[in-house]
Design a protein around this ligand. Structure first.
Ligand code: HEC
Ligand code: HEC
Length: 487
């Protein structure tokens, strides 16, 4: 498993003696077989996921965009049950690599929370439209409160702090708070265009050995590369993007180029719902008695639904020229939180199978991002304006925000993709693990590359700090996401 390439993990956290362990395995297998069998012999019960569409229907234009989005809404909001294929089958101690077979809490067969099998539906964790109102406004595609944080791939947990009594309950996995999915179509298109440019610059470097090529695209600076005469590229000057020069906006660590890539992992990690495009058609890889749990059409519909979800509409806040925005720019916040980035195009190609570098193959649908319900503004030069307040780049945020994920190095633990601040008024709690309950806390916790801007903020007069906060409070989430599908 390569660093962040897969969030899926297969961990056996028990450490009992061999003989005891063998007995436990048999016991667990019996339990899982019993639980698994419920799926097939449950008269009167049905899979919860209904109204599915096939990839063929989408490719052959048999469905309207609205119809595909509606099917995607169902995938996003259906609580999967065991007849749908929810969960993993028996653990296979001889094969801890293939998907399937995670332990569950007290052997309940359904949930672990630590390392997934942690929910039944996407909506469970993406349901807060605004945390700024009382009571909070609920809806589809929003952020999650702290209780919905995902706990990713730990091997050691010390909840009682027995190890060294330092008030630090040890946890060597990742702890992540759910962001919203709004406006993801514009973000995905921007990422694809940046990747195209970086690949082009890579080709230029190869064509001009010895020449230092700046990796600048869409106003964002990803460092430099230089090739030698043998066609080897020196990547030591690259900043904030993986060495494949593929921009990956999704996931707080910047691991996924498209929403679909993210979803493919999310289905397996959270629910043990296995996409046939990952495990093979007709293959019951998790041995839970269900095959083809998630089919290409389901993921295509889900992807279409997500990238057409309404976006935060921040143009007015920006055009208003609030003095808070001027301060925000002056003190260096906009260095990473770039207010607006322009794209070249207006249509997002949805692809399956997809190539991370060649974006012209496998296109089954194109989505015009200027059309409702996303309605990104045209920028007059053939593209759209994406007012995301971010740069789709990873930054070192210093030791205080560092994760202590056991599977990666210190540098990687300190890096996060710039949080997109559109809609930030409504999305508390803040930062990757939701540790900040106010905007001010979130800003003051910045370190590393963001330390100068953080210090400049701290040095502002009370009045000017309040102006920056007031500006951030004007950045709002969409009020009624997916409204046209719900009525
Ligand atoms: C248990 C809670 C939970 C469930 C269930 C869940 N998510 Fe998430 N989601 C998260 C967390 C936490 C993150 C951030 C993960 C990270 O950054 O590594 C996230 C991130 C995302 C992102 C990336 C957003 C971005 O801008 O980076 C997308 C897209 C997403 N989820 C879609 C889904 C879909 C689709 C489902 C259902 C298949 C789903 N999620 C189920 C918690 C959840
Ligand atoms: C060097 C790049 C950089 C600079 C400069 C920077 N930030 Fe950030 N900001 C980030 C990153 C990366 C995160 C995500 C950190 C995390 O998830 O733990 C973030 C997160 C935030 C958040 C929390 C958003 C959320 O949804 O959780 C706020 C608010 C914020 N920044 C405001 C500011 C303000 C105001 C300034 C200027 C004083 C600023 N930032 C300067 C990179 C930067």
């Amino acid at each position: 498993m390569l660093e962040y390439e897969r969030v899926w993990g297969h961990l056996i956290m028990c450490d009992f003696k061999e003989s005891v362990r063998a007995a436990q395995v048999i016991c667990l297998m019996t339990l899982f077989v019993t639980i698994g069998a419920i799926g097939q012999t449950a008269p009167g019960e049905q899979p919860n996921l209904q109204g599915r569409v096939t990839q063929e229907q989408i490719v052959n234009h048999e469905l309207s965009l609205w119809g595909i989005r509606l099917a995607g809404l169902r995938v996003f909001t259906t609580p999967f049950n065991k007849i749908d294929g929810y969960g993993d089958g028996p653990m296979d101690f001889n094969d801890t690599v293939s998907p399937g077979g995670r332990p569950t809490l007290q052997g309940n067969g359904t949930l672990l929370r630590v390392n997934g099998l942690d929910g039944q539906t996407c909506l469970e964790c993406h349901s807060l439209i605004s945390a700024a109102t009382v009571p909070p406004r609920l809806g589809i595609g929003g952020v999650g409160g702290s209780v919905t944080n995902a706990m990713i791939m730990p091997t050691a947990i010390d909840p009682a702090d027995l190890e060294d009594l330092d008030m630090n309950a040890g946890f060597n996995g990742r702890f992540a708070n759910p962001p919203f999915v709004f406006g993801s179509g514009g973000v995905e298109l921007l990422g694809l265009e940046m990747t195209e440019d970086l690949q082009q610059l890579r080709a230029e470097a190869l064509a001009h050995p010895g020449m230092v090529i700046p990796l600048t695209t869409h106003t964002v600076d990803f460092g430099t590369i230089v090739a030698d005469a043998n066609g080897d590229i020196d990547l030591s000057g690259v900043a904030g993007v993986d060495s494949d020069l593929v921009v990956k906006p999704f996931g707080r660590k910047g691991e996924f180029a498209t929403v679909r890539d993210f979803d493919t992992e999310a289905m397996q990690f959270h629910f043990g719902m296995q996409p046939s495009e990952v495990v093979g058609t007709g293959n019951d890889a998790d041995a839970d008695g269900v095959v083809d749990e998630i089919r290409p059409g389901d993921l295509s519909a889900l992807h279409t639904f997500e990238v057409t979800l309404e976006r935060p509409e921040d143009e007015k806040a920006i055009a208003g020229g609030a003095s808070g925005l001027q301060r925000f720019n002056q003190i260096g916040c906009a260095f990473c939180h770039v207010p607006v980035i322009q794209t070249r195009g207006q249509t997002l190609p949805l692809r399956f199978p997809s190539d991370p570098i060649d974006h012209t193959t496998g296109i089954y649908l194109t989505v015009d991002l200027t059309q409702p319900p996303v309605s990104f503004p045209s920028n007059g030069t053939g593209g759209i304006s994406v007012s995301l307040f971010a740069d789709l780049k990873r930054h070192d945020m210093g030791p205080d925000l560092s994760e202590n994920f056991a599977q990666v190095d210190t540098r990687r633990n300190r890096e996060f993709t710039t949080a997109r601040l559109w809609g930030v008024a409504d999305t508390a709690p803040y930062l990757h693990d939701g540790r900040a309950t106010t905007l001010t806390e979130a800003i003051l916790l910045h370190g590393g590359e963001a330390l100068p801007a953080r210090n400049a903020f701290a040095a502002l007069s009370d009045q000017n700090r309040a102006k920056v906060i007031a500006f951030l409070r004007s950045l709002r989430t969409p009020t009624e996401p997916a409204k046209d599908l719900l009525n």
